[in-house]
Design a protein. Structure first.
Length: 192
């Protein structure tokens, strides 16, 4: 299997064999089991990730209760910018919901790669800006909607999560209790 980052970069520019090899060496692909952690609260993040396949849950613990912030699935990037940039302990956990394969993006190796191949830096900067913009739009849409609207939007935009993720994690993500999510689902099915 070719490194997923080589495939992605090849969509933007024609890569030499040396560039392909350097990308593959700088960003290894690793497989994790269900319930494995990529990062735990309190650890300092050194790596970011690109999900090749599987599902990663980002959550924090507040007053002893888990609060799901996000789910990352195929071809989504995971970056704890606060921890990496400021060398601060992570305020959340990254846990595999299912058997998952990720590309590991180490900041130090990435910097070395950009020094050797400067054109990669510009492509990655543009893609990162795009990712931040999309995340901001998704966050604002989420924040300004009701739990029912959030659930309907989830069904529309990320239907695979409905079957991948346990209902109590989905409820936490939507900002409701599991019983409330059950009622929302029931009302929606009755109106269909």
């Amino acid at each position: 299997m070719e490194n997923i980052l080589v495939e992605i970069m090849s969509n933007f520019i024609t890569l030499t064999d040396e560039e392909k090899q350097d990308i593959a060496m700088a960003f290894p692909i690793k497989t994790f089991k269900r319930k494995d952690f990529l990062l735990e609260e309190g650890q300092r993040a050194k790596d970011s990730f690109l999900v090749v396949n599987g599902c990663i849950r980002e959550y924090c613990i507040i007053d002893g209760e888990e609060h799901t912030n996000e789910f990352y699935t195929e071809l989504q990037s995971i970056l704890n910018i606060e921890s990496i940039s400021n060398n601060k302990p992570s305020q959340y956990n990254l846990e595999c919901i299912e058997h998952s394969t990720v590309a590991i993006l180490n900041a130090k190796k990435e910097s070395q790669l950009y020094k050797k191949h400067p054109r990669f830096g510009e492509i990655c900067r543009v893609e990162m800006e795009k990712m931040f913009g999309e995340n901001r739009e998704r966050y604002l849409k989420f924040k300004n909607s009701t739990p029912k609207e959030r659930y309907l939007n989830l069904i529309k935009e990320r239907p695979s999560l409905i079957n991948k993720v346990p209902q109590y994690h989905l409820a936490s993500y939507l900002g409701v209790k599991p019983e409330t999510l059950s009622r929302i689902r029931k009302r929606i099915s009755l109106n269909s």
